[in-house]
Ligand binder design. Structure first.
Ligand code: ADP
Ligand code: TYD
Length: 206
């Protein structure tokens, strides 16, 4: 199967503005005539959305860390098969709000399952985005934004020291060439302008 399209992802700590930026980029690229599939993880396909509910709703102690890693990976596999790869094969642009880097950070770094995370990724997923935007913000700001939202709280109740460790972990991952680190601590339009410029530069060179 050939991958003709372009796969972009957004990563960052909770409340960094990933979803806002993913939506803004999708709109900007559509207005320029591109075919864009805007999707998210966990979720992004019917089966993966069902798994999302299993993982994010209900008793937080329902699953062991290892089972949770398997569920996130199963959701990603379905998302890849049903949504991402077909859109890329059709030559479109896929924008995913989170992808495998989130598992590397949340289950790998925070959950202490780095080895298992890497093994599962290699054997079950085996795909990376062409470009990943790391929306980088001070965790105090991210936490404040996340709290104003309500909704799923279990992953957002980590507290500042853990969010700081996650931010550092994301910045470490972002040494890889596919990343663009964007300062997310500014107003949303300024962040979006930087994201769009980097995306257009990538599309021009693709
Ligand atoms: P994430 O997907 O990273 O958790 P969201 O995009 O959902 O973040 O944003 C979290 C909250 O912060 C939302 O209420 C959103 O409206 C707000 N927000 C997003 N980007 C900015 C920004 N640049 N400045 C101020 N508030 C923002
Ligand atoms: P999301 O809805 O993107 O939350 P937010 O908007 O706060 O960033 O994701 C829900 C939670 O799932 C988030 O706290 C991160 C977590 N998560 C993992 O632990 N592992 C994963 O592989 C993914 C994709 C998400």
């Amino acid at each position: 199967m050939t991958r003709r399209g372009v796969f972009l992802s957004f990563e960052g700590i909770d409340g960094s503005g990933k979803s806002t930026q993913a939506r803004a980029l999708a709109e900007s690229l559509r207005s320029r005539g591109h075919h864009v599939t805007l999707t998210r993880e966990p979720g992004g396909s019917e089966g993966a959305e069902q798994i999302r509910r299993l993982v994010l709703e209900g008793d937080p102690d329902r699953w062991s860390a290892m089972t949770e890693l398997l569920l996130f990976t199963a959701a990603r596999r379905d998302h890849l098969e049903k949504t991402i790869l077909p859109a890329l094969e059709a030559g479109g642009i896929v924008i995913s709000d989170r992808f495998a880097d989130s598992t590397r950070m949340y289950q790998g770094l925070r959950g202490g399952l780095s080895e298992q995370t890497d093994l599962l990724h290699r054997t079950m997923i085996g795909t990376e985005p062409d470009m990943t935007f790391l929306i980088d913000i001070d965790p105090a700001l991210g936490l404040a934004r996340a709290r104003t939202r309500g909704g799923e709280q279990r992953f957002e109740d980590m507290g500042l020291p853990l969010q700081q460790a996650m931010r550092d972990g994301f910045l470490q991952l972002a040494q890889a060439g596919r990343f663009r680190v964007i300062d997310g601590g500014r107003d949303a339009d300024a962040v979006a302008a930087d994201v769009l410029a980097a995306a257009l530069a990538h599309l021009d060179s693709a």
